[in-house]
Write a new protein. Sequence first.
Length: 390
Amino acid sequence: MVAIVALGLNLRPAAVSLGPVLDDVRADLAMSGAEAGLLTTLPVLAFAGFGALAPRLARLVGPHRLTLLALLCVVVGLGARVTVSGVPAFLLLSLLALAGMATANVVLPALVKRHFPDRVGLMTSVYTTSLAVGLTLALTVTVPVGEALDGWRDGLLTWALVAAVAVLPWAGLLARDRRDPTATSQRAIGVLEAGRTSLGLRMGVFFGLQSLQAYAVYGWFGVVFRDAGFSPTTAGLLLGVIGGLSIPLSLLIPWLAARMDDQRPVMWALMSCYPLGYGGLILAPAAGAWLWAALVGTGLCAFPLALVLIGLRARTPDGTAALSGWTQSFGYLFAAIGPFGMGVLHDATGSWTVPLLALLVLAVPQLLVGLSLARPDHLEDHLERRTVTR
């Protein structure tokens, strides 16, 4: 449990800690706009590419060993990139850290299924809360730490040190049991095989739509609030409300969802927050900003619900790993449309009304797909039916 909590804490800082200091990084490294755009796109590319490879690698080397290797990649990538002065080296080392993060991100639901098969909801609550804490801290602490020490490099180095601490319990697991468990099913389930089932396709679409919403919100809502008349500090606080709500709700939602045979009430409760929040921002962006931020933040907690559904919709650790690999690699690649599309719509219309309406409209198919996933179903049953049909 300690190892899983420590891992969850390190599954977002590699991706989000750069945002608060990006202007300083660009100035110090003389980074062009195109290079900065590539840097901000690397997390999505890493999730899509390395996430898809994670289940196969776990079968080859064992999930514990792979998780330890992934964490070491995070430590080396984050620690070494603050020492370089060239953009190519900074990009490559960032990719190394993100590759480790993406790999561990996919393996984690399978580890929960393997070690806590009867407590999937509880443990998903634990690690998604840890993940939310890591994300919030990376957004809020990186700049103050850098200012207190010697600049942005020290601020980013903090997260390499945090990841190094997380290495210890995973090294302890391997030292205790050198026979790292591998897949126990007779026939390994491939990531693409999971994606060819209707369950896998729906999981990928749902995860992609919720990730699209999250990337658009975290990427642009600071600007949305500033354009509504708020100071940069207040806009940051409003964005903090959106992110901070994920901490208590990440603890509650997976635990609650796992105790229910049908998760449709939870799905309705979360998804109804999107139109209320976006509609409020369109009609009264300043008057009710704190309420709209709270509603949007609650809607974004479809993320921990999606993660617990990965564990609930497969019967075996191998099936969970395959479903996790497909769902997250497809979903994060799809999510890249969000911040890009929101920026394009704003540039084309000169206001935030159309981009917010677009997010509101996309909540409808997300709800419909989510409702279809909320009833009991399992990946292995879909694969067995395909085999019988053949």
